[in-house]
Design a protein around this ligand. Structure first.
Ligand code: DP6
Length: 378
């Protein structure tokens, strides 16, 4: 990710997902094959918070797939004796990361029945993120979707079969879900729904589905300006947060509210109603953090800067009537979601009033994207 100095600090920028971006093959090392995918992160509008066994969500969620915050993953493989398949190495940003490779290893164990060929191959994985590891952007959605797409491509190459795109991406989404729930949504472009939803026949708790054809064109060019209030590691991980929903007395109310909000957001997206969109997206963001607050052993991930930005966004909206919404992940950084129709005014507002609350003036200038891109190994 290139950085350039804006008038009020560092602006974090990345180029759009491009085929020219790739991890170079190591000269001199022999592998029988390799595949490489670039997959973006996503931002949820209606949040997934709470899950059952096997990564089954307690409620449906819907997100926008991003463009510039992505993971690039190269998977190389060589035959091993039957039963001797293993992860032979994992590099993140060119370096060994034992914590990450442990997570990849257990993921490969979980998906072994989905990809039985893993028993017979040594695989070596290299990943890089377009966004700094410490930027506070959740990387599990982009990294787990990139890895599952690599496994699907490897399967396609080894079997010689060419499943249609629908079956390919459905299995990729299913496999990504096993690694991280939100990753199931990152295998598709634009607006993506994960979780069984009445009225959407193809929807499922096991994989995500794109819903772009239902979305009004006013929502087709949305920006996500990510304001980095704090880039330190989160005090409480998302996994712990999900698990704290099991004995949260508000969980049943949340799950039924989320189902109603899914119905509402689908109606709003279809009607092209930007004002209702803002109300619903902000309600979801604050609900997510209220669930952290009112869990047993409740916790707060919001920082003073988060609150100051939220206050200013609401004031800006009152004064200008520009429909810009804030949303939050499980962290303190603020995502501003708005249509490109309002880009100039919102960018000025960000630079003049919001970057002062960001760590070293950092923000990531992202937008709705076209989904993952296969770089090599077709
Ligand atoms: C607040 O997908 O990171 O971003 O399934 O345990 O990997 P795991 O959790 P994860 O949770 C995402 C939570 C969220 C909301 C969302 O993306 O829907």
């Amino acid at each position: 990710m290139a950085e350039s100095n804006g008038p009020m600090g560092n602006r974090q920028e990345t180029g759009p997902a491009e085929n020219s971006e790739r991890i170079p093959e190591e000269p001199g090392k022999q592998y029988s094959g390799s595949v490489q995918w670039l997959s973006p992160s996503n931002i949820a509008l209606v949040k997934y918070w709470g899950k059952r066994e096997n990564q089954i969500p307690e409620n449906p969620s819907i997100s926008i797939t991003l463009s510039r915050s992505h993971t690039l993953t190269l998977l190389r493989y060589s035959p091993a004796r039957k039963g001797r398949g293993r992860l032979a190495g994992f590099l993140f940003n060119g370096q060994e990361q034992p914590a990450f490779s442990g997570r990849i290893e257990s993921y490969l164990g979980l998906v072994r029945t989905l990809f039985p060929f893993l028993d017979e191959y040594e695989i070596f994985i290299e990943s890089t993120n377009s966004f700094p590891h410490s930027s506070g952007i959740a990387s599990s959605a982009s990294s787990m979707s990139a890895l599952s797409l690599c496994l699907l491509s490897m399967e396609r190459i080894l079997s010689g079969a060419s499943p249609d795109d629908e079956a390919f991406y459905r299995k990729a989404s299913y496999a990504a879900r096993i690694g991280s729930g939100s990753a199931s949504r990152s295998v598709y472009p634009g607006y993506v729904l994960w979780g069984s939803t009445p009225g959407i026949a193809s929807s499922s708790d096991e994989f995500a589905v794109p819903v772009n054809e239902m979305v009004h064109e006013v929502f087709s060019s949305m920006h996500d300006s990510i304001l980095i209030v704090d880039e330190g590691p989160k005090a409480v991980s998302s996994s712990t947060g999900h698990s704290m929903m099991t004995d949260n007395p508000w969980s049943p109310a949340r799950y039924s509210q989320a189902c109603e909000n899914i119905e509402s957001i689908l109606r709003i997206l279809n009607a092209g109603d930007l004002d209702e969109f803002v109300k619903l997206v902000e309600w979801e963001a604050l609900t997510l953090h209220s669930l952290m607050l009112n869990s047993r052993n409740g916790y707060i991930l919001l920082k003073p800067g988060t609150i100051q930005i939220i206050d200013k966004v609401r004031l800006f909206r009152r004064e200008t009537s520009i429909p810009v919404a804030f949303t939050l992940d499980a962290g303190p950084n603020v995502h501003l979601i708005y249509s490109s129709l309002f880009r100039e005014k919102v960018e000025k507002f960000i630079r003049e009033e919001l970057l002062v609350h960001c760590t070293r003036g950092k923000w990531i200038d992202d937008l709705i994207g076209e989904g993952p891109v296969q770089i090599t190994g077709k």
